[in-house]
Design a protein around this ligand. Sequence first.
Ligand SMILES: Nc1ncnc2c1ncn2[C@@H]1O[C@H](COP(=O)(O)OP(=O)(O)OP(=O)(O)O)[C@@H](O)[C@H]1O
Ligand SMILES: [Mg+2]
Length: 243
Amino acid sequence: MAAGEQLLKVQSVETYYGNIRALAGIDVEVKKGEIVSLIGANGAGKSTLMMTICGSPQARTGSIIFDGQDITKLPTHEIARLRIAQSPEGRRIFPRMTVLENLQMGAGLDNLKYFNEDVEKIFTMFPRLKERQSQRGGTLSGGEQQMLSIGRALMARPKLLLLDEPSLGLAPLIVKGIFEAIKVLNEKEGLTVFLVEQNAFAALKLSHRAYVLVNGKVTMSGSGKELLANPEVRAAYLEGGRH
Ligand SMILES: Nc1ncnc2c1ncn2[C@@H]1O[C@H](COP(=O)(O)OP(=O)(O)OP(=O)(O)O)[C@@H](O)[C@H]1O
Ligand SMILES: [Mg+2]
């Protein structure tokens, strides 16, 4: 889908953990209908940026505008209500609840009328979850938990889907399936996605645009294609082959 108007604007954002500055003045923009990815080494601040967008921790300086509204100082639950859904690093599904119950938790009260329709959509996307809908989340395999985490975020009918390392620890075939699902959601439904990935090759290939984060600062940005072809990006993030 062609990118439209601005959905998210992160401007001069600094985030601290105590005295340690994890984000050192970040400017990032996501337009409606885009897939944008954020790549960078361990500890660069990728998860911190995702979490700062969701309000925990909050930005100490700068501003975050979502869909025309300043959300910089809003509490996390109010940000979620604006339809920003996050599939956090390490999945964080509810381990004692079944697959179906986890999906219910994602839907929220506003979306209960769409529940059956939305669950069916997620089961079509991830048939494995349908087979295992009565199984407890904590006993699913890593890949299945990742599917559940993404499915749960989608149940919120998000305007913006934040995905932190959807490929972490997963077999290449599962990664391929998950990236394909993201692409289809974007193309068919116009879902806007902001994605953090260690798997830079897969992320850049999927994304309309991308940012490179180094030590809490954006050092490069461009289209997915441009960054894939960029020698510095290739040397730092794409050596060692394709995934
Ligand atoms: N709760 C915390 N308290 C103190 N420091 C933290 C905390 N969370 C993260 N940090 C530090 O902030 C920096 C950025 O961490 P962050 O988790 O955002 O990196 P990342 O880019 O997501 O890395 P990775 O690829 O390993 O997930 C790191 O130096 C990290 O040690
Ligand atoms: Mg991280």
